[in-house]
Ligand binder design. Structure first.
Ligand code: ADP
Ligand code: MG
Length: 394
């Protein structure tokens, strides 16, 4: 089953391009589910039909749904939230403030993807096309399962020990009951499922943008962050291109957009760049959407396999000074000053433009020390040499 997620800045045409792609794919005889996880649901408006939180057939092989993000969030989070609110309340934080503090940023969006995971597991679909929330939300969301996994692996065991050992010493602090621990574990399992789905080789992301400098700048940052978290971009969609000719106003826009389009092509040299013209009317309803889809993909398969190739790669590269390993990670568009690298136990902590990823080091690198790092050709290369204290001596 092929899973394609559409993301990009607000208003660039994510919903329209996702719907156009799904309409085209359904027209080609596939069973497709189109899902909106953006709390600002506009998919129903684009399709010109009402949608619910369960898949409903729109036409032919095309079904659609919009995830009730709030309900999903309440389901998974309410037990934990109750506990945290209680805890904070005892610490002197007012109930209102405590409730504000326990809204885990990004959780709503990531939990929306659990609905996609369920649909993927149902085996009903040849393809699922997801209309995601705007860039920033989506990125936070994609980082969450990894971050939570890290906390789960380190904090939950500690916590369990604490409950058993130190519990009685903690006095007035309410220890989380089994219900809370269970809720955390369940949440973790759900998030791991989402992560597995996103990491799957049949999953990829399409970045939608318009031919404007500000939008392109954000798209480039998005591409970096997606790579940072190991997510595969399979193509770029440039929407709302104004055809040249006619009056000077139109001609000026067409020229300006062409200059940006050249920048887009230079920015994403390895990816297909698809184009959609600015239509004279809002593309609403299946016929209009399918027409956009046909223009977008031409004779290409909209479900073509995403580009292969490892986003993270480790290789042995001994030199004159002895044993040496090189870990490299794709980081297109990253600039040196915005990249920070630190070693924390068995993890490499990589910060790029405010986003942080923990990279679990493979066994061989855990027994090494970081000896240097550099950025070139859109990849960060980290050099490791054996740690004399841990490396078995010959
Ligand atoms: N190529 C296009 N031509 C004309 N109108 C478009 C085009 N793409 C999108 N629109 C319109 O622009 C608005 C925003 O598009 P939408 O797909 O909802 O963006 P997003 O999901 O990124 O917020 C909608 O009214 C949509 O119908
Ligand atoms: Mg939208």
């Amino acid at each position: 089953m092929r899973l394609v997620l559409f993301t990009g800045k607000g208003g660039v045409g994510k919903t329209t391009m996702a719907a156009a792609s799904a309409a085209l794919v359904a027209g080609q005889g596939h069973k497709v589910l189109l899902v909106s996880t953006d709390p600002a649901h506009s998919l129903a408006d684009a399709l010109g039909t009402a949608l619910g939180s369960e898949p409903a057939e729109v036409h032919g092989g095309l079904s659609a749904m919009q995830v009730d993000t709030q309900a999903r969030f309440e389901q998974s989070w309410s037990v934990l939230r109750g506990y945290l609110t209680d805890l904070l309340g005892r610490g002197g934080v007012g109930t209102m403030a405590a409730e504000e503090l326990t809204v885990l940023p990004g959780a709503q969006e990531i939990l929306a993807l659990t609905a996609v995971k369920e649909q993927a597991a149902s085996g009903r679909w040849d393809a699922i096309v997801v209309d995601c929330a705007p860039t920033a939300e989506t990125l936070r969301l994609l980082a969450l399962p990894r971050a939570l996994q890290w906390y789960m692996e380190r904090i939950l065991p500690t916590h369990r020990r604490m409950v058993r050992g130190l519990g009685p010493l903690l006095g007035g602090v309410p220890l989380p009951g089994d219900g809370v621990v269970e809720a955390v574990s369940r949440l973790h399992a759900e998030l791991l499922g989402v992560q597995t789905l996103l990491d799957h080789e049949d999953t990829s992301i399409r970045l939608v943008l318009t031919a404007e400098a500000v939008v392109l700048a954000e798209a480039r940052r998005t591409a970096t962050s997606l790579a940072l978290f190991g997510h595969r971009l399979d193509s770029v969609v440039v929407n709302r291109l104004i055809p040249g000719g006619g009056d000077p106003w139109r001609e000026a826009w067409a020229t300006a957009q062409q200059a940006q389009l050249d920048e887009v092509e230079a920015s994403f040299p390895d990816l297909p760049i698809r184009k959609a013209q600015y239509r004279p009317a809002e593309p609403i309803g299946l016929p209009a959407l399918a027409a956009i889809g046909a223009d977008l993909y031409g004779s290409d398969d909209p479900l073509a396999a995403p580009p292969a190739g490892d986003l993270v790669d480790v290789r042995r590269a001994p030199d004159d000074e002895g044993e040496r390993f090189e870990l490299s990670i794709a980081l297109p568009h990253a600039v040196k000053d915005a990249v920070d690298l630190a070693r924390s136990g068995d993890d490499l902590v990589l910060t790029v433009g405010g986003y942080r990823r923990l990279l679990a080091l493979p066994g061989v690198l855990r027994r090494c020390q970081v000896a240097g790092a550099g950025l070139a050709d859109g990849r960060l290369r980290v050099v490791f040499r054996p740690d004399p204290d841990l490396w078995p001596r010959a």
